[in-house]
Design a protein around this ligand. Structure first.
Ligand SMILES: [Zn+2]
Length: 371
């Protein structure tokens, strides 16, 4: 358990010890924290991770609210609240991470030196030690938009876990070092993007989803409804990332900015999960045209010519696309990516399987390349 010491432990805190505001709660935590609430059934547990990014508070707000309510989970629950120092930096909840620190959700798949690397390894060790039935990692998107879930493997369990929060599920084969990419923990890890940090609906998605996740007696049945009421899941496969080429410039404006490589409309996040058709321009391009951009697939190849085309100084989809994680924050667009896209041909409506148990997690992880 020595690696777990990167987290302070907070076990079954009484309601009277929880401050009324989430800001005071965060200040009280002060450092990365593992919260434990014993369940009616203490022989099993479920794990929640939140605040990997300091500017994504919906998960923490939900946990704070549950603690204030004196919530009792069905099985024991652990909540790892991670980037507390980034979240605490003024103004509160505005820093994804504090340079020189790195993006915490890029450090999980290869060991990294330093305090953040140790924190990542400590979190993985805690999950290994406690052997939860599933891990839910709660985030917010940097632009506004509806909630969606993301997993990094094909497995039936995600068809049961995602609908606790949302009917949209992205199955990604892109590897960035995110927590959900860790495949040797013996349990599924689902990322939930609750929507924008400033949308009230995001907080609702987080708390109602967590309530379902933490009160279900059997996760494999938790989201199941009678067949006639069953909603199909919206499944998206093989997302790609739109990035700026090194040295390229961007701005957000509603008329093209002179000399800038790409000008994105200020409300481009309204495109999140809408259909982007071939006749619908997305942005203005500068003199370099498409060469200012790259669209990275799971193999790290630039596939921009398969997805986008430049016409009359504008960026158009070449095929019908769904866009998501469309950011309106220049800092994120420059340091991470502008948006993700999925070909509409890789989008399917699927029903969850009706089995009431999950096959062994590793044995059941399918090969994505065959999909
Ligand atoms: Zn995040």
């Amino acid at each position: 358990m020595s690696q777990g010491s990167a987290f302070q432990e907070l076990n079954n805190p009484p309601v009277s010890s929880i401050p009324a505001s989430v800001e005071e709660f965060l200040q009280q935590l002060a450092v990365p924290t593992l919260l434990r609430l014993d369940g009616a059934d203490q022989g099993r547990c479920r794990f929640v991770v939140t605040l990997l990014h300091g500017n994504e508070p919906s998960g923490l707000k939900a946990i704070h609210q549950l603690l204030l309510e004196g919530f009792r989970p069905q099985v024991t629950m652990f909540v790892a609240i991670v980037s507390v120092s980034s979240a605490l930096a003024e103004p509160l909840f505005t820093h994804r991470f504090l340079p020189p620190l790195e993006d915490m959700n890029r450090l999980f798949t290869s060991p990294v030196a330093g305090e953040q690397g140790q924190l990542a390894q400590a979190l993985l060790a805690l999950i290994r030690d406690h052997q939860p039935e599933a891990v839910i990692d709660i985030h917010n998107t940097s632009g506004d938009g509806p909630a969606f879930a993301v997993c990094a493997a094909e497995h039936d369990c995600f068809y049961d876990l995602a609908p606790l929060f949302t009917h949209r599920l992205i199955i990604t084969d892109i590897r960035l070092g995110a927590l959900m990419e860790v495949m040797d923990l013996g349990c599924p890890i689902l990322t939930v993007e609750c929507g924008g940090a400033n949308q009230r609906l995001s907080d609702y998605v987080a708390i109602e989803g967590l309530r379902r996740f933490l009160t279900a007696s059997n996760l494999a049945e938790a989201a199941s409804l009678p067949k006639e009421e069953k909603l199909a899941l919206d499944i998206y496969r093989h997302p790609v990332r739109l990035e700026l080429q090194k040295g390229a410039s961007l701005c957000y404006a509603d008329t093209p900015c002179e000399g800038v490589d790409i000008t994105l409309p200020t409300q481009i996040d309204r495109r999140n999960f809408g259909i982007a058709r071939v006749d619908s321009p997305l942005a203005w391009l500068g003199p370099k045209g498409l060469d200012a951009l790259r669209l990275v697939d799971a193999r790290g190849q630039n596939v921009i010519d398969q997805y986008f085309v430049a016409r009359q100084g504008k960026l158009f989809p070449r095929v019908t696309l769904k866009l998501f994680m469309v950011t309106t924050t220049p800092r994120i667009a420059l340091s991470d990516c502008l948006m993700y896209a999925v070909k509409e041909s890789y989008h399917q409506l699927e029903e969850a399987p009706t089995d009431d148990h999950w096959p062994d997690f590793f044995a059941g992880v399918g090969s994505l390349s065959s999909g």
